[in-house]
Design a protein around this ligand. Structure first.
Ligand SMILES: Cc1ncc(COP(=O)(O)O)c(C=O)c1O
Length: 383
């Protein structure tokens, strides 16, 4: 239906070949050859201590909540402008989500508002690096140190983006990535957990293997494996890891192309932003983004609906993003908003994401930006 879809997963040429190799290896369950290759590659690229592939970004967050030993009554600080899994992972362990407003420039948690949300029940801060642009990690890490809190980065959008030169996902105690098909590098469904704090290394392996020490058994460190802890089956199949490896090996090419489209959109739409007709994304000087999302902020929800419909007519698919979690049935039951919601609902009503994927050409990107210009001319807003 759409000539320009919002998203297409990246295909780099080696996916089928690697999947065939995985089949030939006769081991397609978790922690096969391709899983180990992906983990090693990621650890090298990100200079990370330990990375384990998981079945999804959601699974990585659930593992993080178990590792953090979240218990009923504990509080976890996070933005309300995020995906449901950021919150669910902790609510499943009995925590209350403490929502804090976002910054209007990056859509990330406002680091200046976190301290007022900390109390004796607070266990962790969960910064979400929206659109692959880092949260203000210096401030967040300093608060965590001051109050002895864990930092669990939801870096679902953030693979190969960095903060002051350090890869997102490697800054807190634990980092979580997603390889869902909407992400820059994917395998359909998938994720990874980054264990930066070595005290979690051994338990992470156990939780991911249904609560057993099977990983040690496979390494020949124990002669049988047994039930040691709670856990689940959080591994990724090696068939998916084979697909993922093909994507990860071309990470630089994919990243360069996505950033080029991002920059093209930015340049082409800057005039509309100068005229105050829309807002463009902001990337702080100490952040290197990864071209994960390109969004506009349109002054009113009504105008945004008109723009979506106009672009749909031109067969261009654009989509808004999160609905504030605090204002949902589960958010009301298991969360509280500290301070006031000045920018969360606003982002939810104003933000619109443009098509952005590896195979998108600059010609097609021009078609998108031309259509946006035409829209503002036809509505009479851009004279
Ligand atoms: C911020 C954020 N966290 C977590 C997730 C969950 O990742 P997954 O879909 O791989 O479970 C998503 C998914 O889109 C996300 O956007």
């Amino acid at each position: 239906m759409y000539t320009v879809p919002f998203n297409q997963f990246a295909l780099t040429g080696n996916e089928i070949n690697y999947i065939q190799q995985a089949i030939g290896s006769e081991k397609i369950s978790g922690d096969g050859l391709f899983s180990l290759r992906c983990q090693l590659l990621l650890e090298q690229q990100l200079q990370a201590n330990k990375i384990l592939l998981t079945s999804s970004g959601t699974a990585a967050l659930e593992m993080a909540a178990i590792l953090a030993d979240i218990k009923p009554g504990d509080e976890v600080i996070m933005p309300s402008y995020t995906f449901v899994s950021t919150a669910n992972a902790f609510v499943m362990r009995g925590a209350t989500c403490v929502f804090v407003d976002i910054r209007p420039d990056t859509q990330n948690i406002n680091e200046q508002l976190i301290e007022q949300a900390i109390n004796a029940k607070t266990v962790a801060i969960v910064p979400v690096h929206y659109a692959g642009v880092s949260c203000a990690m210096d401030v967040i890490l300093a608060l965590a140190k001051k109050y002895k809190l864990l930092v669990i980065e939801d870096a679902a959008h953030g693979l190969y983006a960095s903060y002051k030169g350090q890869a997102l996902g490697t800054l807190g105690d634990i980092g979580c990535f997603s390889f869902h098909e909407t992400k820059n590098y994917s395998c359909g469904e998938g994720g990874a957990i980054v264990i930066n704090n070595p005290k979690f290394s051994e338990r992470a392996e156990i939780i991911r293997e249904k609560g057993t020490d099977r990983s040690k058994f496979f390494r020949g460190e124990v002669d049988k494996y047994t039930w040691q802890d709670i856990g689940s089956s959080y591994l990724m199949s090696d068939l998916q890891a084979a697909f993922l490896l093909a994507n990860l090996e071309q990470a630089e090419t994919i990243n360069t192309q996505r950033r080029a489209i991002w920059s093209y959109y930015y340049q082409q739409l800057e005039d509309l932003s100068h005229k105050g007709l829309l807002e463009l994304p902001f990337v702080p000087a100490d952040c290197q983004h990864n071209g994960h999302l390109f969004y506009l902020k349109i002054p009113s929800i009504h105008l945004r609906e008109q723009l979506i419909a106009f672009l749909k007519d031109k067969k261009i698919q654009t989509v808004f993003h999160y609905l504030p979690l605090h204002d949902t049935p589960m958010g009301r039951r298991h969360g509280k908003f500290i301070g006031s919601d000045v920018y969360t609902l606003q982002a939810s009503e104003q933000l619109l994401r443009l098509p952005l994927y590896y195979a998108l050409s600059i010609d097609v990107a021009r078609y998108v930006t031309d259509a946006i210009h035409t829209f503002f001319q036809q509505t009479g807003l851009d004279e």
